[in-house]
Design a protein around this ligand. Structure first.
Ligand code: ADP
Ligand code: MG
Length: 250
């Protein structure tokens, strides 16, 4: 489903991704671990072309993201085409990023109506089903500011699901939450994992990685240092940098 090849990304003179290769099979959950500044967010952002690549490529479900190939050169797609590709790739941010002036129901129906051309009635039926799925059927008419952080993040997940994405990307979805609210958000993500949603989750929640991940990836300094099934990477890491990181977060 995801094929990242030889990905390099620089901001000015600073190389933030230094040759990342990552493959994710359909239905699998990949958890990305790594210290702050190692390039985790930049990797997710290049996967849905919120960032241009410096070199290398990203494909999702066989489609090159952000570019079209012409001979051996890549040309960046028009914004309109990038937006279309992005409708297939859900992104859940650390800080929820809900529209503050829209109700919960409006937050969830906005993109299906404007980007997919769904009727408002149809989008609302889907939105109510998704609200039920994240356990918030009673909040359809609330505004984001009236909800806890955990509830806002569950709404953000419902909003991402409303576009029926092929792939869901989560960037530290529980890092902005009070500790007692982390579990309710992880439970929703676990439920999605069990139902076969393909996802890449950047998180520091090692217990979640152990329980849910098919593959755990450890990044440091713009590279994937090692990756493997959770039991292998978490209990028997092969690299000193992985061991040092895990000893701090476990
Ligand atoms: P992580 O998510 O692992 O903490 P990031 O991908 O956010 O790491 O950042 C990796 C590095 O890239 C950091 O050194 C960060 O300062 C730098 N960086 C990220 N975004 C930008 C940007 N838009 N401009 C310049 N530097 C950036
Ligand atoms: Mg980050």
């Amino acid at each position: 489903m995801v094929d990242v090849r030889g990905l390099h990304k620089s901001f000015g003179l600073v190389e933030v991704l230094r040759g990342v290769d990552l493959q994710v099979r359909a239905g699998e959950v990949t958890v990305v671990l790594g210290p702050s500044g190692s390039g985790k967010s930049t990797l997710l952002r290049t996967i849905n072309h919120l960032e241009k690549v410096s070199s290398g490529s990203v494909s999702v479900d066989g489609e090159l993201i952000g570019y079209r190939r012409a001979g051996d050169r890549l040309h960046e797609l028009r914004e309109r085409d990038v937006l279309k590709q992005r409708t297939h790739i859900g992104f859940v941010f650390q800080n929820f990023n809900l529209f503050p002036h829209l109700t919960v129901l409006e937050n969830i129906t906005e993109a299906p109506v404007s980007a997919l051309g769904r009727s408002r009635a149809e989008a609302q039926v889907t939105a109510r089903r998704l609200l039920d799925r994240v356990g918030l059927s009673d909040k359809a008419d609330a505004y984001p500011r009236q909800l806890s952080g955990g509830q806002q993040q569950r709404i953000a997940i419902a909003r991402a699901l409303a576009l029926e994405p092929k792939l869901l990307l989560f960037d530290e979805p529980t890092s902005a939450l009070d500790p007692e609210l982390v579990g309710e958000v992880l439970d929703v993500i676990k439920d999605l994992a069990r139902s076969g949603t393909t996802m890449i989750v950047v998180t520091h929640e090692i217990g979640f990685a152990r329980e849910v991940a098919d593959t755990v990836v450890f990044m440091d300094d713009g590279r994937i240092v090692e990756q493997g099934p959770p039991a292998q990477l978490l209990d028997d890491p092969q690299h000193e940098r992985t061991r040092a990181f895990l000893s701090k977060v476990l």
